[in-house]
Design a protein. Structure first.
Length: 165
């Protein structure tokens, strides 16, 4: 008694062919992750009233590396532009300080306030998209302007940045 299973030849899996190794040694990562900083963030998150502002002051985003190929600046087409989006709002601006006290980064908040003024929804959307793009490695000086042009849609900004490189 038993069950006999027969697999048709076209559905049989053959072992993958053996390939010659192309690289003998795998290069090691040079990324240094700050675990102590992460522990502080997790400890703060467990508190009843976390103070995220101290992390913004403690850890500022490094300036983006200089671009190899500079594109000509395009006129801003965002919601509200009194000056170019590549310049930031004044560091002592009370509006910037207001959003920084919410735990948002100075650089992103400065650009967001410059584009949207005191519109909390738009500022938060902008900061979220700006930070996501920077985490993905998009450090172009055009990122704030492109976010304003594409209504804070990071997918459209990525598409634009990839199509221009």
């Amino acid at each position: 008694m038993g069950i006999q299973v027969v697999i048709k030849p076209e559905y049989r899996i053959t072992p993958p062919p053996q390939l010659a190794p192309q690289m003998v040694e795998v290069p090691r990562s040079t990324f240094n992750f700050d675990f102590e900083y992460e522990r502080k963030i997790l400890a703060e998150a467990e508190k009843e009233n976390p103070n995220w502002g101290k992390f913004v002051i403690e850890r500022q985003t490094p300036p983006p590396p200089p671009q190899q190929q500079q594109q000509p600046p395009q006129p801003p087409r965002g919601p509200r532009h009194s000056t170019s989006t590549t310049s930031m709002a004044t560091p002592g601006d009370p509006l910037v300080e207001k959003y920084m006290s919410m735990g948002l980064g100075r650089e992103a908040v400065s650009f967001a306030v410059l584009n949207y003024g005191d519109n909390p929804t738009k500022v938060k959307e902008f900061v979220k998209a700006y930070n996501a793009l920077h985490e993905m490695g998009f450090t172009s000086r055009n990122v704030p302007e492109l976010l304003a042009m594409h209504d804070n849609d990071p997918d459209k900004v990525i598409q634009h940045l990839l199509s221009t490189t």
